[in-house]
Design a protein around this ligand. Structure first.
Ligand code: AMP
Ligand code: ZN
Length: 477
C-alpha cells in the first residue's frame, strides 16, 4: 500500500512498526462550535483510511482527542482561547459548550458514517499527563520558564521544520488574525506548553501545576494523548493540512524531545474544502454544516460521496451544483443496486469476486485514490457475472467507502413492496386498475366506443389516463 507521507514528501510503502498492527492518531475537533463540512471532509477521508487499513487486515487502534482547552484563536499560541470565545458567544460555561458541541460532532459523524475512534479523549481529562511530560521536557533542557509560562525551546532541536523547509509561508497556516509577538519567547518558533500569564485571567478552566495555576497549550495535548494510549511509536498521524504547521510540527518537536527517538512514521494530511470565496473556517462564523445540508434536502451520504470523488491531497471546491451532481450519482448507484436485488441472484462466483476486489484495492493502495474506488463500483455493475457476485462486491467495497449502498437499495425495495401491497389492498386502486384492464381489452377488440366510455368514467372520478409504450398509466387529480 502506497501512501503519501507529508514528512518525506514522497509516496511510500506503508510499513507499520509492528507487523499487522497500526497505531493511528487523529487530531479531533475544537468543540467551540459546530463542525463545518470542511472539518468533516478531513474526518471522512481519515475514516476511509482507517477502514481501508482494517479492510486489508491490519489490527488498527485509533485515538482522537477532543480539544476542549488550550486552542487559541491563532494556531500560533496568540489570541483568545477558542473555547472561551464560544462560551461568551452563547453565554454558557466552557464545559457546557464542550459537551454540547462534542455531542453535535459525533451526531454529524454518525450521519456521515464516520466511525468513532477506539479511544476519544478530551484534553481536560489528561492534565496530569501534560504536566508529567512538560516536567520532563524542562528537566531535559527542551523547555524553559519565562513570564510565568513554560515554552518549548525549538533551538534545542537539530531540525524543527518538518513539513515546510523553513518556509512558513508555503503552508496553509491556521487562523492568524491578532498575532502578536510574545516577548517571553527565546526564539520566534518557540511555543507554549503551559500558560499561566495574567493576560488569560478570564480563562475559566485552570489547574494547579508546579509552575502555578494555569492551563495547557494546544500542541502538548495531542502528543500526550497519543503517547498515553498508543505508546512511544506512532504509525500514522492524521489531520487537515492547516494542522501541519505549527501544530504537527510542534507535536513532533515535543514528542521526540520527550521519547528521545523518532515518534511517528507517516503523516496523512487532508487538503481543504474551500468555497468560491476561500477556505471554510469556523472562526469566520460563516460555514456550512451537515444539518444545513439536510435542511436543504440532501442526504449526508451524498456529501460523503462528493468527498470520495476527489483525491484527499487536492483542495476541493464546494458548490451546490457539485453537490447536486453527487446526489445524481448517488441515486444512480442506489437504483442500479436496487435493480440487482430484483434480479435472479445466482451464486457468488469467487474468481469474479476476487477480480473486482483487486481493482478496488489497486485504487486504494495507490495513495487512497477514492475516486477510482468509486469508479470500481460502476465497473462492478458492468461485470459479466451473477447479481449475487456484484452485490457481494459492492457490500465489500462499502466496508471502506461507507455509502450504505446495499442498505439503501434494500430499504427502497422494501418501500416498493409496501407501496405495492397498499395498492393491492386499496379498493379504489383495484377498481381503477380493473377498468384500465377492461379498456385495454375493449381496444384490443376494436370496441373504441367502450374504451372511450371507460376513459370518461375514470375522468369523471378525477383520474387521467396516460398511454405509454409500456402500457397505460394513471394520475389521480
Ligand atoms: P478544528 O475543529 O478547527 O480543530 O479542526 C478540526 C479538523 O478539521 C482539523 O484536522 C483541521 O485541520 C480540519 N480542517 C479545518 N478546516 C478545514 C477545511 N476547510 N477543510 C478540511 N479540513 C479542515
Ligand atoms: Zn492535534
Amino acid at each position: 500500500m502506497l501512501i503519501y507521507n507529508s514528512a518525506t514528501r514522497k509516496r511510500e510503502e506503508f510499513v507499520p512498526f509492528v507487523e499487522g498492527k497500526v497505531n493511528m492518531y487523529t487530531c479531533g475537533p475544537t468543540v467551540y462550535h459546530y463542525a463545518h463540512i470542511g472539518n468533516l471532509r478531513s474526518y471522512i477521508m481519515e475514516d476511509v483510511l482507517e477502514k481501508y487499513l482494517r479492510y486489508v487486515g491490519y489490527d488498527v487502534k485509533r485515538v482522537m482527542n477532543i480539544t476542549d482547552v488550550g486552542h487559541l484563536s491563532s494556531d500560533a499560541d496568540t489570541g483568545e482561547d477558542k473555547m472561551l470565545k464560544g462560551a461568551k458567544r452563547e453565554k454558557k460555561s466552557v464545559m457546557q459548550i464542550a459537551e454540547f458541541y462534542t455531542e453535535a460532532f459525533f451526531a454529524d459523524c454518525k450521519k456521515l458514517n464516520i466511525k468513532t475512534p477506539d479511544v476519544v479523549a478530551p484534553a481536560t481529562s489528561c492534565i496530569d499527563e501534560f504536566i508529567m511530560v512538560i516536567k520532563s521536557l524542562l528537566e531535559k533542557g527542551f523547555a524553559y520558564e519565562a513570564g510565568g509560562n513554560i515554552y518549548f525551546d525549538t533551538s534545542k532541536l537539530d531540525q524543527y521544520y518538518i513539513f515546510n523547509d523553513f518556509k512558513e509561508d508555503d503552508l496553509e497556516v491556521g487562523v492568524r488574525e491578532g498575532v502578536e509577538e510574545d516577548g517571553n519567547k527565546r526564539n520566534k518558533a518557540d511555543f507554549v506548553l503551559w500558560f499561566t500569564k495574567s493576560k488569560f485571567d478570564d480563562q475559566e478552566l485552570k489547574w494547579d501545576s508546579p509552575w502555578g495555576i494555569g492551563y495547557p497549550g494546544w500542541h502538548i495535548e495531542c502528543s500526550c494523548i497519543s503517547m498515553k494510549h498508543l505508546g512511544e511509536y506512532l504509525d500514522i498521524h492524521c489531520g487537515g493540512i492547516d494542522n501541519a504547521f505549527p501544530h504537527h510540527t510542534n507535536e513532533i518537536a515535543q514528542s521526540e524531545a520527550y521519547v528521545g527517538h523518532k515518534w511517528c512514521n507517516y503523516w496523512f494530511h487532508v487538503h481543504h474544502l474551500n468555497t468560491n470565496s476561500g477556505k471554510m473556517s469556523k472562526s469566520s462564523g460563516e460555514f456550512l454544516t451537515v444539518s444545513l445540508l439536510e435542511e436543504k434536502g440532501y442526504n449526508p451520504l451524498v456529501y460523503r460521496l462528493f468527498c470520495l470523488q476527489s483525491h484527499y491531497r487536492k483542495s476541493l471546491v464546494f458548490s451546490y451544483e457539485n453537490l447536486d451532481n453527487a446526489a445524481i450519482a448517488y441515486n444512480k448507484i442506489i437504483a442500479r443496486a436496487l435493480g440487482l436485488l430484483k434480479e435472479e441472484q445466482g451464486e457468488v462466483v469467487e474468481a469474479d469476486f476476487n477480480a473486482g476486489r483487486e481493482k478496488f484495492k489497486a485504487a486504494l493502495d495507490n495513495d487512497m485514490n477514492t475516486s477510482l474506488g468509486v469508479t470500481a463500483i460502476y465497473d462492478v455493475f458492468k461485470m459479466n457475472t451473477t447479481a449475487a457476485t456484484k452485490l457481494a462486491l459492492i457490500e465489500d467495497f462499502d466496508r471502506v467507502l461507507g455509502l450504505d449502498i446495499v442498505v439503501a437499495a434494500k430499504k427502497e425495495l422494501e418501500a416498493e413492496k409496501v407501496a405495492a401491497e397498499q395498492k393491492a389492498n386499496d379498493p379504489f386502486i383495484v377498481e381503477i386498475e380493473d377498468m384500465i384492464r377492461q379498456r385495454a381489452e375493449a381496444k384490443k377488440a376494436k370496441n373504441y366506443a367502450l374504451a372511450d366510455e371507460i376513459r370518461q368514467t375514470l375522468a369523471s372520478k378525477g383520474i387521467t389516463l396516460i398511454d405509454t409504450p409500456q402500457g397505460t398509466q394513471y394520475k389521480i387529480d
